[in-house]
Ligand binder design. Structure first.
Ligand code: TXA
Ligand code: MG
Length: 363
């Protein structure tokens, strides 16, 4: 056990002296968890290979799964990457700072420990005042994966980071809940057309609008199957998962008719589980929650969780990881979740749910 400093920073009124303490820890080779607009990151100085190795060790992350390099000025991309293709420049101009990570050819200065041995590098400029100030004060670039133990749901609150890393890393900057609650969108701009490696907080529709062309969306980006490991190293590992078995019931669309079918499917499965003395959780949308409440009101051992409204998928995205973590705290034996429309951030939500699910059922 080491001493973990909890440094509270109000994003609306940043205390630079306090934040400076965190950047000093980075400069001395320590690990600092920090907030971004997506999820909390577990940061280290990208040029300190010992610190990078420790990130992999404490996260129990395979060494071939590379990190994202965080910068605080757009022009720093030229230090991290060897070259910046035209389309990348366009995206950087329009979308940074913001939740878009670009895969570029790495510069010689970036150590292979950060890129999992690859010649490419993932880079982003986060749209969070504390993250930006923290990176700039550290006077380096910050390599950071999400601040969770490998395979666990990503952290959207400092409490989540404390749960996974208290006594293990030097400091945690606590700036409250993150804005999006789902990670950045990862786009490989080295392919033609560019390839979506991970849908995230930035909708792919907007990327296509800016580039004025389609981008490639492989099945693994939707959360199905596995990718070519060399191209998308992160996709070969099970992700975001609660320990509780999670069953996804999805459909081709979410009309009232299909939602009723989903509710009935989940209801009959829950009844079966209850018969075999299991404790069950149902993760419901605001549009369906009352139906479960009515159907299940006479049963004990079933917990119904409100994940938010289908009319505001950002709300659902923001709650998804916290809800996954809550499942484990509730001590249920099995959980069900409904699918969501794969539009905008809905694609990212479905990617996370499919990767977390132990079973996917389409009705
Ligand atoms: O929103 C985010 O992106 C958060 C915050 C902290 O910035 N970070 C994050 O990092 O989600 P992480 O490590 O959980 O996810 C990074 C993903 C991994 O799936 C990794 O495989 C992929 O980025 N990646 C990193 N470098 C890559 C590369 N050179 N080529 C392809 N994929 C890469
Ligand atoms: Mg992660």
């Amino acid at each position: 056990m080491i001493e973990t400093k909890i440094i509270r920073i109000d994003p609306f009124n940043i205390n630079r002296d306090l934040l400076k303490e965190a950047s000093l820890i980075i400069q001395k080779g320590g690990l600092v968890a920090f907030p971004t607009e997506t999820v909390y990151g577990l940061g280290a100085d990208v040029f300190n290979t010992e610190a990078l190795k420790r990130i992999f060790a404490v996260k129990r992350r395979p060494m071939d799964n590379p990190l994202i390099i965080h910068i605080c000025r757009k022009e720093d991309v030229y230090e991290v990457a060897e070259e910046v293709p035209k389309e990348a420049t366009k995206l950087i101009e329009e979308m940074w700072p913001g939740p878009l990570t670009l895969i570029l050819r790495k510069s010689k200065e970036i150590p292979y420990e950060a890129t999992g041995g690859l010649e490419t590098v993932a880079v982003r400029m986060p749209a969070h005042p504390v993250a930006l100030e923290f990176i700039c004060l550290s006077d380096t670039f910050i390599a950071a994966p999400s601040a969770n133990i490998s395979g666990r749901p990503s952290p959207t609150k400092a409490e989540h980071v404390i749960r996974d890393f208290y006594g293990i890393i030097e400091a945690i900057i606590d700036s409250g809940e993150t804005l999006f609650g789902i990670e950045s969108t990862i786009l490989n701009v080295l392919t033609d057309p560019p390839t979506l490696l991970r849908p995230g907080a930035y909708p792919v529709e907007l990327i296509m609008e800016i580039l004025r062309r389609e981008i490639s969306i492989p099945p693994f980006a939707k959360g199905f199957g596995e990718a070519d490991i060399a191209l998308a190293p992160g996709t070969k590992y099970r992700h975001y998962a609660p320990n509780t078995p999670l069953i996804l019931i999805e459909s081709s669309n979410y009309s009232m008719f299909n939602l009723d079918k989903i509710v009935n499917e989940i209801f009959s499965r829950v009844i079966n589980d209850l018969k075999s003395n299991k404790r069950v959780a149902v993760i419901a949308s605001r549009e369906t929650i009352n139906k479960y409440r009515n159907l299940l009101e006479n049963y004990e051992n079933v917990i119904i969780i409100d994940i938010g409204s289908r009319s505001n998928l950002y709300e659902i995205a923001k709650r998804i990881f916290d809800t996954f973590r809550r499942l484990d705290d509730l001590g249920v034996d099995i959980a069900y979740i409904e699918g969501f429309e794969e539009r905008g951030i809905g694609l990212s939500i479905m990617n996370r749910i499919r990767k977390a699910a132990t079973q996917k059922i389409r009705i």
